[in-house]
Write a protein that binds this ligand. Sequence first.
Ligand code: GDP
Length: 476
Amino acid sequence: EAITVQELANRMAEKGADLVKAMFNLGMPVTITQTIDQDTAELLVEEFGHNIQRVSEADVDIVTTDDVDPEETLKPRPPVVTIMGHVDHGKTSLLDALRGTDVTRGEAGGITQHIGAYQVKTKGGDIVTFLDTPGHEAFTEMRMRGANVTDIVVLVVAADDGLMPQTIEAINHTKAAGVPMIVAINKMDKPEAKPQRIRERLLEHEIVVEEMSGDVQDVEVSAKTGDGLDKLLDAINLQSELLELKARPDRDAEATVVEAKLDKGKGPLATVLINRGTLKRGDIFVVGTQSGRVRALHDDKGRQVKEAGPSMPVEVLGLGGVPRAGDTLTVVEDEQRAREVAEYRQEKADEKRTTVAPTNIDTMFSALNTSVVEFPVVVKADVQGSVEAITTALNRLSNDLIKVRILNSGVGAITESDATLAAASNAPIIGFNVRPNAKARQQIERNKVEMKYYDVIYHLTEAIAKEMAGELGPER
Ligand code: GDP
């Protein structure tokens, strides 16, 4: 990290000329506009009797770095499980059914809250954390952002259907992540279920299940009747034991955002999964480019909790803004530090945007080469995780002939400004689990803006891909 002499002088509230003089005396003649490196800057700071308070790349890294906890401080932690598979094979049903097996469910005050992840306590007393947003889009997006929260993937395959495109995608994503997999052969209650055929087809993708003398556990289940769910939980716990998952509970918390949104009444909310340490009420933290102080913590049953330890999902109140799924939350010593790091990150992010955008080869190319058709859209969704999954999926639809251009994307209802933007660019608005507010509706009607509503990402991308093909016309 380099800095100019002038900038350093400004930060120290010293005269630039004095720094140049000091440098000269140190045997390093420089001009005021010259850039100096970190070590030289530190030397100067000390020379002027200031304390070194680094807010630089290296400094931010200290906040998110992988300082390793000593072995003797580690304690076993529950596994974090993601369910993947083809659409309609029963991911959501399975998540609901597994939630229903929780032995603590009956406890007073516990009402199911969808916060993006939940925990189940099995009859045997083991605890398992499930990510409540099924599908490989979310999984991959998180991974791309450096957040490897998933310990085990459960691949759901419907016994009456077989391996479908998204099953294979899920297999590939899981392999790429190096995460162990358990195969759940679902819909076993159906008379037309053919589990053996599934096992054979899996061989073609180098998944050799135990039934076929391999080492990938396979369990026959029915999300509908609940058959086999206990066996699936056993399989998860066995896999978890093999992984020897551990984390240090008694330290400042480090967590990953799995879902974030803006709540009308409560303000910005984020569900985080604790990676290590214990998050407590009152803790001061940075998360992405936001800072905050934990005002309250809620578990997946809507109950207030005082603290949350490793692998536990909690909803955090007290954020300065809405972070992004995959962001790391780090507890820091005080508010000033939190603000400093958050601001620094925001500056970095802004810099990146302004310096990268105009030189982006793709945009230059599409501006110069008229043969590239643009497909503009406005995307709004109910949670940040969906926004990111959708924009990633849409960007993947682009090719040499046609490019998706996301004019705006964000969390929340479709607003008047979304409608204006869409009208100006003759773009459709894509609403994922959100609707336009009253003002936006008027705009939409007046300008005949095309509205598209979805609640399944797969349906959304399929429809847009079709539209894009139509846009190109038969001659292409
Ligand atoms: P997802 O798209 O993978 O989340 O699939 P869903 O959970 O929405 O399930 C798709 C459909 O399959 C729904 O109509 C479910 O009721 C049905 N389904 C899911 N699991 C089972 C099962 O074990 N047996 C039967 N008969 N139907 C199931």
